[in-house]
Design a protein around this ligand. Sequence first.
Ligand code: NAP
Ligand code: HSE
Length: 441
Amino acid sequence: MTETAPKNTKTPVGLAILGSGTVGSEVVRLLDEYRFDLENRIEGSYEIKGVAVRDMSKPRPGVPAELLTDDAISLINRDDVDVVVEVIGGIDYPRELVLKALQAGKSVVTANKAMIAAHSAELHDAAKAAGVDLYYEAAVAAAIPVVGMLRRSLAGDRVSSITGIVNGTTNYILDAMDSTGADYDEMLQKAMELGYAEADPTADVEGHDAASKAAILSSLAFHSRVSADSVYCEGISKITADDFEAARAIDCTIRLLATCERIKDEDGQESISTRVYPALIPNRHPLASVRESFNAVFVEAEFAGSLMFYGRGAGGAPTASAVLGDIVGAARNRVHGGRAPGESSYANLPTKEFGEVLTRYHVDLNIEDRIGVLADVADTFAEYGISLRTVRQVDSDPGARLVVITHRAKEADLQAVMAGLKSKDYVHAVNNVLRFEGMDI
Ligand code: NAP
Ligand code: HSE
Protein backbone atom coordinates (compact mmCIF):
# COMPACT_ATOMS: atom_id res chain seq x y z
CA MET A 1 0.00 0.00 0.00
CA THR A 2 1.31 3.44 -0.88
CA GLU A 3 1.05 6.23 1.61
CA THR A 4 0.64 9.96 1.16
CA ALA A 5 4.08 11.56 1.32
CA PRO A 6 4.52 14.67 3.48
CA LYS A 7 3.96 17.86 1.52
CA ASN A 8 6.26 20.81 1.52
CA THR A 9 4.61 22.87 4.27
CA LYS A 10 5.47 26.11 2.46
CA THR A 11 2.89 25.22 -0.21
CA PRO A 12 -0.74 25.52 0.88
CA VAL A 13 -2.93 22.43 0.75
CA GLY A 14 -5.15 22.98 -2.30
CA LEU A 15 -8.87 22.46 -1.76
CA ALA A 16 -11.49 21.91 -4.48
CA ILE A 17 -15.05 22.36 -3.23
CA LEU A 18 -17.63 20.61 -5.41
CA GLY A 19 -21.06 22.10 -4.66
CA SER A 20 -22.07 25.35 -3.00
CA GLY A 21 -25.58 24.67 -1.73
CA THR A 22 -26.76 24.33 1.88
CA VAL A 23 -23.57 22.54 2.96
CA GLY A 24 -20.96 23.74 0.47
CA SER A 25 -21.66 27.45 1.04
CA GLU A 26 -21.21 26.98 4.81
CA VAL A 27 -17.97 25.05 4.27
CA VAL A 28 -16.56 27.89 2.16
CA ARG A 29 -17.70 30.51 4.69
CA LEU A 30 -16.21 28.69 7.68
CA LEU A 31 -12.93 27.89 5.88
CA ASP A 32 -12.54 31.63 5.40
CA GLU A 33 -13.76 32.81 8.81
CA TYR A 34 -11.85 30.27 10.96
CA ARG A 35 -8.67 30.06 8.89
CA PHE A 36 -6.41 30.86 11.86
CA ASP A 37 -7.75 28.00 13.99
CA LEU A 38 -8.02 25.50 11.19
CA GLU A 39 -4.51 26.16 9.85
CA ASN A 40 -3.06 25.79 13.32
CA ARG A 41 -4.81 22.45 13.71
CA ILE A 42 -3.56 21.32 10.32
CA GLU A 43 -0.10 22.75 11.07
CA GLY A 44 -0.07 24.03 7.53
CA SER A 45 -1.94 26.49 5.33
CA TYR A 46 -4.69 25.86 2.78
CA GLU A 47 -6.14 27.59 -0.21
CA ILE A 48 -9.47 27.08 -1.96
CA LYS A 49 -8.59 26.60 -5.62
CA GLY A 50 -12.16 26.57 -6.91
CA VAL A 51 -15.84 25.99 -6.13
CA ALA A 52 -17.75 23.93 -8.68
CA VAL A 53 -21.47 24.61 -9.16
CA ARG A 54 -24.12 23.78 -11.73
CA ASP A 55 -25.60 27.24 -12.30
CA MET A 56 -22.99 30.01 -12.59
CA SER A 57 -25.66 32.72 -12.68
CA LYS A 58 -26.97 32.16 -9.12
CA PRO A 59 -25.97 34.79 -6.55
CA ARG A 60 -23.42 33.28 -4.09
CA PRO A 61 -22.80 35.70 -1.22
CA GLY A 62 -19.50 34.89 0.48
CA VAL A 63 -18.06 32.89 -2.43
CA PRO A 64 -15.46 34.90 -4.40
CA ALA A 65 -16.68 35.02 -8.03
CA GLU A 66 -13.22 34.16 -9.40
CA LEU A 67 -13.35 30.78 -7.62
CA LEU A 68 -16.59 29.66 -9.27
CA THR A 69 -16.55 27.15 -12.10
CA ASP A 70 -19.04 24.84 -13.76
CA ASP A 71 -16.23 22.49 -14.83
CA ALA A 72 -15.77 20.22 -11.83
CA ILE A 73 -13.50 17.78 -13.66
CA SER A 74 -10.94 20.40 -14.67
CA LEU A 75 -10.94 21.69 -11.11
CA ILE A 76 -10.27 18.21 -9.70
CA ASN A 77 -7.47 17.64 -12.20
CA ARG A 78 -5.54 20.78 -11.29
CA ASP A 79 -2.05 19.92 -10.08
CA ASP A 80 -2.38 22.25 -7.12
CA VAL A 81 -5.53 20.51 -5.76
CA ASP A 82 -4.77 18.04 -2.98
CA VAL A 83 -8.15 17.53 -1.29
CA VAL A 84 -11.51 17.34 -3.08
CA VAL A 85 -14.62 18.11 -1.03
CA GLU A 86 -17.76 16.62 -2.63
CA VAL A 87 -20.99 18.27 -1.42
CA ILE A 88 -23.09 17.95 -4.56
CA GLY A 89 -25.28 14.96 -3.72
CA GLY A 90 -26.75 12.22 -5.93
CA ILE A 91 -24.97 8.99 -6.81
CA ASP A 92 -23.67 8.55 -10.35
CA TYR A 93 -22.14 11.96 -11.10
CA PRO A 94 -20.43 12.41 -7.71
CA ARG A 95 -19.16 8.82 -7.93
CA GLU A 96 -17.53 9.67 -11.25
CA LEU A 97 -15.96 12.81 -9.77
CA VAL A 98 -14.81 11.14 -6.57
CA LEU A 99 -13.29 8.17 -8.42
CA LYS A 100 -11.44 10.58 -10.74
CA ALA A 101 -10.14 12.49 -7.73
CA LEU A 102 -8.98 9.38 -5.88
CA GLN A 103 -7.36 7.90 -8.97
CA ALA A 104 -5.54 11.20 -9.51
CA GLY A 105 -4.10 10.91 -5.98
CA LYS A 106 -6.33 13.50 -4.29
CA SER A 107 -7.87 12.82 -0.89
CA VAL A 108 -11.65 13.10 -0.75
CA VAL A 109 -14.03 14.44 1.87
CA THR A 110 -17.72 13.84 1.19
CA ALA A 111 -21.06 14.29 2.95
CA ASN A 112 -22.74 11.98 0.46
CA LYS A 113 -24.27 8.93 2.19
CA ALA A 114 -26.15 7.76 -0.90
CA MET A 115 -22.91 7.51 -2.91
CA ILE A 116 -20.90 5.94 -0.08
CA ALA A 117 -23.62 3.37 0.69
CA ALA A 118 -23.97 2.44 -2.99
CA HIS A 119 -20.27 2.35 -3.92
CA SER A 120 -18.37 1.94 -0.67
CA ALA A 121 -16.15 -0.96 -1.76
CA GLU A 122 -15.15 0.61 -5.07
CA LEU A 123 -14.37 4.00 -3.49
CA HIS A 124 -12.43 2.55 -0.56
CA ASP A 125 -10.45 0.34 -2.95
CA ALA A 126 -9.59 3.36 -5.10
CA ALA A 127 -8.49 5.36 -2.05
CA LYS A 128 -6.34 2.48 -0.81
CA ALA A 129 -4.74 1.91 -4.21
CA ALA A 130 -3.82 5.60 -4.44
CA GLY A 131 -2.72 5.81 -0.78
CA VAL A 132 -5.08 8.72 -0.11
CA ASP A 133 -7.88 9.44 2.34
CA LEU A 134 -11.61 8.95 1.94
CA TYR A 135 -13.45 10.76 4.74
CA TYR A 136 -17.26 10.87 5.18
CA GLU A 137 -18.10 11.91 8.73
CA ALA A 138 -20.96 14.16 7.58
CA ALA A 139 -22.61 11.31 5.68
CA VAL A 140 -24.19 9.90 8.84
CA ALA A 141 -26.02 12.10 11.33
CA ALA A 142 -24.15 15.22 10.11
CA ALA A 143 -22.60 16.93 13.17
CA ILE A 144 -22.64 13.82 15.38
CA PRO A 145 -19.24 12.14 15.16
CA VAL A 146 -20.47 8.57 14.72
CA VAL A 147 -18.28 7.59 11.77
CA GLY A 148 -15.05 8.55 13.56
CA MET A 149 -16.34 6.89 16.71
CA LEU A 150 -16.82 3.58 14.88
CA ARG A 151 -13.73 3.88 12.67
CA ARG A 152 -11.35 4.84 15.47
CA SER A 153 -12.73 5.00 19.01
CA LEU A 154 -14.47 1.59 18.99
CA ALA A 155 -11.87 -0.11 16.77
CA GLY A 156 -10.93 -2.29 19.76
CA ASP A 157 -14.47 -3.23 20.79
CA ARG A 158 -17.26 -5.50 19.50
CA VAL A 159 -20.41 -3.59 18.63
CA SER A 160 -23.63 -5.53 19.34
CA SER A 161 -26.18 -3.06 18.03
CA ILE A 162 -26.86 0.51 16.93
CA THR A 163 -30.30 2.08 17.11
CA GLY A 164 -30.66 5.59 15.84
CA ILE A 165 -32.72 8.45 14.61
CA VAL A 166 -30.54 9.38 11.65
CA ASN A 167 -32.85 11.42 9.46
CA GLY A 168 -33.62 14.98 10.54
CA THR A 169 -36.44 15.60 8.06
CA THR A 170 -38.57 12.66 9.18
CA ASN A 171 -37.92 13.33 12.85
CA TYR A 172 -38.98 16.94 12.32
CA ILE A 173 -42.22 15.78 10.68
CA LEU A 174 -43.03 12.99 13.16
CA ASP A 175 -42.25 15.14 16.19
CA ALA A 176 -44.55 17.91 14.94
CA MET A 177 -47.33 15.44 14.06
CA ASP A 178 -47.11 13.98 17.56
CA SER A 179 -46.69 17.11 19.66
CA THR A 180 -48.85 19.63 17.79
CA GLY A 181 -50.99 17.50 15.49
CA ALA A 182 -49.30 19.29 12.58
CA ASP A 183 -50.05 18.32 9.02
CA TYR A 184 -47.56 15.99 7.26
CA ASP A 185 -47.29 17.97 4.01
CA GLU A 186 -46.89 21.30 5.77
CA MET A 187 -44.03 20.01 7.94
CA LEU A 188 -42.30 18.41 4.96
CA GLN A 189 -42.41 21.78 3.20
CA LYS A 190 -40.87 23.46 6.26
CA ALA A 191 -38.11 20.82 6.49
CA MET A 192 -37.29 21.54 2.84
CA GLU A 193 -37.19 25.30 3.45
CA LEU A 194 -34.86 24.79 6.43
CA GLY A 195 -32.39 22.84 4.25
CA TYR A 196 -32.84 19.53 6.11
CA ALA A 197 -34.42 17.56 3.28
CA GLU A 198 -32.61 16.12 0.28
CA ALA A 199 -33.08 17.77 -3.13
CA ASP A 200 -35.70 15.07 -3.74
CA PRO A 201 -37.35 14.59 -0.30
CA THR A 202 -38.66 11.15 -1.34
CA ALA A 203 -35.31 9.80 -0.14
CA ASP A 204 -36.07 11.20 3.31
CA VAL A 205 -39.73 10.30 3.75
CA GLU A 206 -39.47 6.84 2.19
CA GLY A 207 -36.53 5.95 4.43
CA HIS A 208 -33.86 5.62 1.71
CA ASP A 209 -31.68 8.34 3.24
CA ALA A 210 -31.79 6.59 6.63
CA ALA A 211 -31.17 3.24 4.90
CA SER A 212 -27.97 4.58 3.29
CA LYS A 213 -26.80 5.82 6.70
CA ALA A 214 -27.75 2.50 8.33
CA ALA A 215 -25.74 0.62 5.69
CA ILE A 216 -22.70 2.78 6.46
CA LEU A 217 -23.14 2.27 10.22
CA SER A 218 -23.50 -1.52 9.87
CA SER A 219 -20.46 -1.74 7.59
CA LEU A 220 -18.33 0.17 10.08
CA ALA A 221 -19.73 -1.46 13.22
CA PHE A 222 -19.55 -5.05 12.02
CA HIS A 223 -16.46 -4.83 9.76
CA SER A 224 -18.47 -6.16 6.83
CA ARG A 225 -19.72 -4.79 3.53
CA VAL A 226 -23.38 -3.81 3.86
CA SER A 227 -24.92 -2.05 0.89
CA ALA A 228 -28.03 0.13 0.98
CA ASP A 229 -30.00 -2.33 -1.11
CA SER A 230 -29.60 -5.03 1.56
CA VAL A 231 -31.28 -2.77 4.15
CA TYR A 232 -34.97 -3.42 4.77
CA CYS A 233 -36.66 -0.04 4.45
CA GLU A 234 -40.08 1.49 5.08
CA GLY A 235 -40.76 5.23 5.22
CA ILE A 236 -43.13 7.46 7.14
CA SER A 237 -45.49 8.54 4.37
CA LYS A 238 -48.28 6.23 5.60
CA ILE A 239 -48.08 7.32 9.26
CA THR A 240 -51.29 9.07 10.29
CA ALA A 241 -52.69 11.01 13.22
CA ASP A 242 -54.58 7.80 14.16
CA ASP A 243 -51.26 5.94 14.50
CA PHE A 244 -50.04 8.56 16.95
CA GLU A 245 -53.28 8.29 18.87
CA ALA A 246 -52.82 4.51 19.10
CA ALA A 247 -49.20 5.05 20.20
CA ARG A 248 -50.25 7.50 22.93
CA ALA A 249 -52.78 4.96 24.23
CA ILE A 250 -49.86 2.68 25.17
CA ASP A 251 -47.57 5.53 26.30
CA CYS A 252 -45.40 5.32 23.18
CA THR A 253 -44.47 7.52 20.26
CA ILE A 254 -43.38 6.81 16.69
CA ARG A 255 -39.93 7.55 15.29
CA LEU A 256 -38.18 6.51 12.08
CA LEU A 257 -35.48 4.23 13.48
CA ALA A 258 -32.42 2.73 11.87
CA THR A 259 -31.47 -0.52 13.56
CA CYS A 260 -28.16 -2.30 13.00
CA GLU A 261 -27.94 -5.57 14.89
CA ARG A 262 -25.42 -8.39 15.29
CA ILE A 263 -27.49 -11.58 15.57
CA LYS A 264 -26.12 -14.84 16.95
CA ASP A 265 -28.05 -18.00 16.07
CA GLU A 266 -28.32 -20.99 18.38
CA ASP A 267 -25.48 -22.69 16.47
CA GLY A 268 -23.24 -19.66 17.11
CA GLN A 269 -23.43 -18.41 13.51
CA GLU A 270 -23.36 -14.60 13.39
CA SER A 271 -25.18 -12.38 10.91
CA ILE A 272 -26.27 -8.76 10.54
CA SER A 273 -29.71 -7.23 10.37
CA THR A 274 -29.93 -3.65 9.11
CA ARG A 275 -33.41 -2.18 8.92
CA VAL A 276 -35.25 1.13 8.80
CA TYR A 277 -38.92 1.69 9.61
CA PRO A 278 -41.21 3.87 11.69
CA ALA A 279 -41.23 2.09 15.04
CA LEU A 280 -43.09 2.42 18.30
CA ILE A 281 -40.86 3.38 21.20
CA PRO A 282 -41.94 3.91 24.81
CA ASN A 283 -42.17 7.58 25.82
CA ARG A 284 -39.66 6.89 28.60
CA HIS A 285 -37.07 5.71 26.06
CA PRO A 286 -34.42 8.43 25.47
CA LEU A 287 -35.02 8.29 21.69
CA ALA A 288 -38.64 9.34 22.27
CA SER A 289 -37.48 12.73 23.50
CA VAL A 290 -35.41 13.48 20.39
CA ARG A 291 -37.23 16.52 19.03
CA GLU A 292 -37.35 18.48 15.81
CA SER A 293 -34.55 17.71 13.34
CA PHE A 294 -32.17 16.36 15.99
CA ASN A 295 -30.59 12.94 15.57
CA ALA A 296 -29.50 10.45 18.21
CA VAL A 297 -27.54 7.23 17.98
CA PHE A 298 -27.36 4.48 20.61
CA VAL A 299 -24.52 2.05 20.47
CA GLU A 300 -24.28 -1.16 22.47
CA ALA A 301 -20.73 -2.48 22.56
CA GLU A 302 -19.50 -5.55 24.43
CA PHE A 303 -16.74 -3.82 26.42
CA ALA A 304 -17.83 -0.16 26.39
CA GLY A 305 -21.45 -0.94 27.25
CA SER A 306 -24.10 1.58 26.22
CA LEU A 307 -23.13 4.82 24.48
CA MET A 308 -25.43 7.57 23.30
CA PHE A 309 -24.72 10.37 20.83
CA TYR A 310 -27.08 13.28 20.27
CA GLY A 311 -26.98 16.37 18.09
CA ARG A 312 -27.86 18.12 14.87
CA GLY A 313 -28.19 15.62 12.06
CA ALA A 314 -28.98 18.08 9.28
CA GLY A 315 -28.55 21.70 8.25
CA GLY A 316 -25.76 23.75 6.72
CA ALA A 317 -23.53 24.65 9.68
CA PRO A 318 -23.85 21.32 11.58
CA THR A 319 -23.00 19.38 8.43
CA ALA A 320 -20.17 21.78 7.61
CA SER A 321 -18.76 21.12 11.10
CA ALA A 322 -18.27 17.44 10.22
CA VAL A 323 -16.93 18.30 6.75
CA LEU A 324 -14.41 20.74 8.24
CA GLY A 325 -13.22 18.13 10.74
CA ASP A 326 -12.56 15.80 7.82
CA ILE A 327 -10.82 18.55 5.83
CA VAL A 328 -8.52 19.17 8.79
CA GLY A 329 -7.78 15.42 8.96
CA ALA A 330 -7.14 15.06 5.23
CA ALA A 331 -5.08 18.26 5.02
CA ARG A 332 -3.01 17.28 8.08
CA ASN A 333 -2.22 13.93 6.46
CA ARG A 334 -1.18 15.84 3.34
CA VAL A 335 1.14 18.04 5.36
CA HIS A 336 2.63 15.35 7.60
CA GLY A 337 2.06 12.18 5.55
CA GLY A 338 -0.02 9.16 6.55
CA ARG A 339 -3.61 8.03 6.05
CA ALA A 340 -6.78 7.81 8.10
CA PRO A 341 -8.14 4.30 8.78
CA GLY A 342 -9.46 2.76 5.57
CA GLU A 343 -12.21 0.21 5.07
CA SER A 344 -12.33 -2.80 7.42
CA SER A 345 -14.50 -5.61 6.06
CA TYR A 346 -12.56 -8.65 7.26
CA ALA A 347 -15.47 -10.09 9.34
CA ASN A 348 -17.56 -10.49 6.18
CA LEU A 349 -20.76 -11.27 8.11
CA PRO A 350 -23.81 -12.21 6.01
CA THR A 351 -27.05 -10.25 6.12
CA LYS A 352 -29.93 -12.03 7.83
CA GLU A 353 -33.11 -12.37 5.81
CA PHE A 354 -35.58 -9.78 7.09
CA GLY A 355 -38.23 -12.52 7.40
CA GLU A 356 -36.06 -14.25 10.02
CA VAL A 357 -35.69 -11.14 12.21
CA LEU A 358 -37.51 -11.09 15.56
CA THR A 359 -39.42 -8.03 16.78
CA ARG A 360 -42.68 -7.26 18.54
CA TYR A 361 -45.70 -5.97 16.67
CA HIS A 362 -48.65 -3.64 17.10
CA VAL A 363 -51.45 -4.69 14.76
CA ASP A 364 -54.36 -2.28 14.38
CA LEU A 365 -57.51 -3.64 12.69
CA ASN A 366 -61.08 -2.63 12.04
CA ILE A 367 -63.25 -5.69 12.52
CA GLU A 368 -66.85 -6.77 12.61
CA ASP A 369 -67.99 -6.92 16.23
CA ARG A 370 -69.55 -10.39 16.49
CA ILE A 371 -69.19 -13.61 18.48
CA GLY A 372 -66.15 -15.68 17.60
CA VAL A 373 -64.12 -12.94 15.91
CA LEU A 374 -61.67 -12.40 18.80
CA ALA A 375 -61.14 -16.15 19.15
CA ASP A 376 -60.49 -16.50 15.43
CA VAL A 377 -57.99 -13.61 15.45
CA ALA A 378 -56.13 -15.26 18.36
CA ASP A 379 -56.20 -18.62 16.53
CA THR A 380 -54.72 -17.03 13.40
CA PHE A 381 -51.76 -15.70 15.40
CA ALA A 382 -51.42 -19.03 17.22
CA GLU A 383 -51.35 -20.92 13.92
CA TYR A 384 -47.97 -19.29 13.19
CA GLY A 385 -46.72 -19.63 16.76
CA ILE A 386 -47.11 -15.93 17.63
CA SER A 387 -47.93 -15.30 21.25
CA LEU A 388 -50.18 -12.33 22.08
CA ARG A 389 -49.23 -9.93 24.82
CA THR A 390 -52.30 -7.68 24.92
CA VAL A 391 -55.55 -7.37 22.99
CA ARG A 392 -57.62 -4.19 23.20
CA GLN A 393 -61.00 -3.65 21.56
CA VAL A 394 -62.81 -0.34 21.41
CA ASP A 395 -66.12 0.50 19.78
CA SER A 396 -65.88 2.01 16.34
CA ASP A 397 -68.44 2.82 13.74
CA PRO A 398 -69.03 0.41 12.07
CA GLY A 399 -67.79 -2.59 14.11
CA ALA A 400 -64.82 -2.34 16.45
CA ARG A 401 -61.18 -1.36 16.43
CA LEU A 402 -58.92 -4.15 17.60
CA VAL A 403 -55.32 -3.54 18.65
CA VAL A 404 -53.16 -6.62 19.17
CA ILE A 405 -49.66 -6.42 20.66
CA THR A 406 -47.52 -9.52 20.24
CA HIS A 407 -44.50 -10.97 21.95
CA ARG A 408 -41.33 -11.29 19.87
CA ALA A 409 -41.99 -13.12 16.64
CA LYS A 410 -40.43 -13.63 13.23
CA GLU A 411 -41.29 -11.10 10.56
CA ALA A 412 -42.17 -13.87 8.08
CA ASP A 413 -44.65 -15.38 10.56
CA LEU A 414 -46.24 -11.98 11.20
CA GLN A 415 -46.61 -11.43 7.43
CA ALA A 416 -48.28 -14.85 7.11
CA VAL A 417 -50.70 -13.92 9.91
CA MET A 418 -51.49 -10.61 8.20
CA ALA A 419 -52.16 -12.37 4.88
CA GLY A 420 -54.49 -14.72 6.78
CA LEU A 421 -56.30 -11.88 8.55
CA LYS A 422 -56.75 -9.85 5.36
CA SER A 423 -58.65 -12.79 3.85
CA LYS A 424 -61.15 -12.94 6.74
CA ASP A 425 -64.57 -11.53 5.99
CA TYR A 426 -64.75 -9.93 9.45
CA VAL A 427 -61.61 -7.78 8.88
CA HIS A 428 -62.82 -4.50 7.41
CA ALA A 429 -59.41 -2.77 7.34
CA VAL A 430 -55.82 -3.19 8.48
CA ASN A 431 -55.12 0.30 9.82
CA ASN A 432 -51.43 -0.28 10.42
CA VAL A 433 -48.82 -2.79 11.49
CA LEU A 434 -46.02 -1.19 13.49
CA ARG A 435 -42.98 -2.79 15.04
CA PHE A 436 -41.61 -2.01 18.47
CA GLU A 437 -37.95 -1.17 19.02
CA GLY A 438 -36.15 -0.17 22.19
CA MET A 439 -36.85 -1.54 25.65
CA ASP A 440 -39.85 -3.71 26.54
CA ILE A 441 -43.12 -1.86 27.01
P1 NAP B 1 -27.85 21.36 -2.20
O1 NAP B 1 -28.22 22.48 -1.31
O2 NAP B 1 -28.85 20.84 -3.18
O3 NAP B 1 -26.51 21.80 -2.98
C1 NAP B 1 -25.98 21.03 -4.01
C2 NAP B 1 -24.88 21.83 -4.69
O4 NAP B 1 -24.30 21.01 -5.70
C3 NAP B 1 -25.38 23.11 -5.38
O5 NAP B 1 -24.47 24.15 -5.17
C4 NAP B 1 -25.43 22.70 -6.84
O6 NAP B 1 -25.16 23.78 -7.72
C5 NAP B 1 -24.27 21.75 -6.92
N1 NAP B 1 -24.42 20.86 -8.07
C6 NAP B 1 -25.48 20.09 -8.39
N2 NAP B 1 -25.24 19.44 -9.53
C7 NAP B 1 -23.99 19.82 -9.92
C8 NAP B 1 -23.19 19.51 -11.04
N3 NAP B 1 -23.62 18.67 -11.98
N4 NAP B 1 -21.96 20.08 -11.12
C9 NAP B 1 -21.52 20.93 -10.18
N5 NAP B 1 -22.26 21.28 -9.09
C10 NAP B 1 -23.47 20.72 -8.99
O7 NAP B 1 -27.39 20.08 -1.36
P2 NAP B 1 -26.87 20.06 0.15
O8 NAP B 1 -28.03 20.04 1.06
O9 NAP B 1 -25.81 21.06 0.34
O10 NAP B 1 -26.26 18.57 0.23
C11 NAP B 1 -25.03 18.26 -0.35
C12 NAP B 1 -24.60 16.87 0.10
O11 NAP B 1 -24.50 16.85 1.52
C13 NAP B 1 -25.59 15.75 -0.26
O12 NAP B 1 -24.87 14.58 -0.55
C14 NAP B 1 -26.40 15.57 1.01
O13 NAP B 1 -26.94 14.27 1.15
C15 NAP B 1 -25.30 15.80 2.04
N6 NAP B 1 -25.80 16.20 3.35
C16 NAP B 1 -26.66 17.26 3.45
C17 NAP B 1 -27.11 17.64 4.69
C18 NAP B 1 -28.08 18.77 4.85
O14 NAP B 1 -28.58 18.96 5.97
N7 NAP B 1 -28.35 19.55 3.82
C19 NAP B 1 -26.68 16.95 5.83
C20 NAP B 1 -25.78 15.89 5.70
C21 NAP B 1 -25.36 15.52 4.44
P3 NAP B 1 -26.17 25.00 -7.89
O15 NAP B 1 -26.02 25.77 -6.61
O16 NAP B 1 -25.65 25.71 -9.08
O17 NAP B 1 -27.53 24.42 -8.07
N1 HSE C 1 -31.89 14.92 4.46
C1 HSE C 1 -31.07 14.53 5.55
C2 HSE C 1 -31.89 14.55 6.81
C3 HSE C 1 -29.89 15.44 5.68
O1 HSE C 1 -33.00 15.07 6.81
O2 HSE C 1 -31.42 14.00 7.81
C4 HSE C 1 -28.84 14.91 6.60
O3 HSE C 1 -28.22 13.78 6.09
